[in-house]
Design a binder for this molecule. Sequence first.
Ligand code: NAD
Length: 244
Amino acid sequence: MSTFSQELFAGKTAIVTGGTSGLGAGSAQYLAELGATVYAVGLGSDKVTFPEHLDIRVREVDVTNDEHLMSLYSELDSLDILMPAAGISMGDRELEWEPFNKVLAIQLNGVYRTIQLAHPLLAAHGGSIVMVASMYSFFGGGKRAAYSAAKGGITQLTKSLAEAYAPDHIRVNAIAPGWIDTPLLAPLKADQALSDRILSRTPLGRYGTPEEIGKVTAFLASDAASFITGVVLPVDGGYLVTGI
Ligand SMILES: NC(=O)c1ccc[n+]([C@@H]2O[C@H](COP(=O)([O-])OP(=O)(O)OC[C@H]3O[C@@H](n4cnc5c(N)ncnc54)[C@H](O)[C@@H]3O)[C@@H](O)[C@H]2O)c1
């Protein structure tokens, strides 16, 4: 049984960047299962598949490329839900200048550009933006310097845009996922000692799933959250509440 009415987003249009893999793909599918027309966009779009009965349109879009974004937006008359989830991590190479810039270009500047160029579509009828923050929005990471700088920025951008866009009836919130089982986590999961440490600090004792991010995306994008804006919501199995 579905958590939400299967008609929840009937007639609504959503864009999920990073929708070609991981938690973006999971959220794209979940929104489509609730009736939305979903554009699942990102890199490697030829490798992703979704159930055929869902209205999911896959597009190859690099969020650092304005022409790609404008070409995508030219397909739409209006937009109700935007989830800018495209992201990369380059591990301890992020302390070097080029990798640092590359991660910021996608994870922070790319997110803002995705939103900024979509603003007219969202403002046409009001809408909802669901950002993707991280546990690294709250703590730093010696091996994730650019990633954590970007994700700290995402929390502030969420709050700032919540205020800036409120007059246009656009709500802006963020999910801060804990450790979600996606391809991004593959190197980390391959390190057994690290994986054990993560799971032992997670009260629910497991990794989250892309669908669990999709469910919270649906909630934040729905009318059930009509008075919620500027919030950064951890979805982490309790990871943040544990000290040692
Ligand atoms: N997996 C986790 O535990 C976790 C936790 C917190 C936050 N996040 C965030 O969730 C988001 C998605 O991560 P994931 O775990 O699903 O990773 P993933 O590697 O499975 O997916 C990343 C997605 O981003 C897209 N992408 C990368 N560079 C792009 C670009 N230049 N233009 C367009 N698309 C691009 C890829 O094509 C892919 O669709 C990221 O912002 C990540 O930081 C993930």
